[in-house]
Design a protein around this ligand. Sequence first.
Ligand SMILES: Cc1ncc(COP(=O)(O)O)c(C=O)c1O
Length: 284
Amino acid sequence: MTTAYLNGSFVPLEEARISPMDRGFLFGDGIYEVIPSYEGRMVGFDRHMQRLNQGLAAIKLGNPLSTDAWKTLLSEVASRNNGDYLGLYLQVTRGAPPIRNHRFPENCPPTLFAYAFDVHEPNDGDPTRATCYRVATTTDRRWRRCDIKSVALLGNVLHMMEGVDTGADEILLFNDQDELTEAAACNVFVVQGDSILTPPLDQEKLPGVTRNMLVDILRHEALPIIETPLTRDAVITADEVWLTSSTKEIAPVVAIDGQIVGDGRPGPIWAKTQALFAANRFSA
Ligand SMILES: Cc1ncc(COP(=O)(O)O)c(C=O)c1O
């Protein structure tokens, strides 16, 4: 049984109820985060809190809790749920005013929700245990503020289904200039020779916590990491392609639109990099 937190109480997830007037439900008016928790230790907690604050500021919604209060709450969510490897989901919406109106309501308490779900045991760079992805490609048709981790994910959902409908597990998105933005639910890295490349951050992409941790870890190790625009051609001819997200860490892409990447298996730079990430995931 999953235990959830909703507006001050811990309840069985299936008993958690919100109002249909909740602005998260009516407008997608809210921000969320997903934080991994491995054997009771959260990965990238401070970075997730920083992005939560940025997202809430971008939609002009105050953070209802201090960072310490979030830590206490999420630790409690983790400890009330079984499993050594959890994803901790949190969501803050602009609450449930009595009237549906696009304008922000006044004096409306936000809705706070958190729960835990199982994730795979993280990988330390073992290619035999890697979850590999086959991806499709398409034009990024989402809104222009993809840097905000909004709960309004319909654009991402429809892109994901575009991939799934062709038999793929994820989909790479390219903007109108044919430059890679990200994937439906991940950031993207490619390997060309000895160099690891990823697109620079802007409002077309989510500033992924995993992406940013990885960039910092690689820089700290003086490894060649370059933030640069990547054309479709650069991506499909890369030696390796990876997806990054909190629940996947670094995942190898083995095919793009049915074309094999490298030799169709997790590459050697992936193995080294995932091992490096594993060694630094609690300190980066
Ligand atoms: C669109 C999108 N990009 C990137 C990411 C990766 O972000 P993070 O590493 O913070 O999980 C996610 C994660 O859910 C996402 O939904």
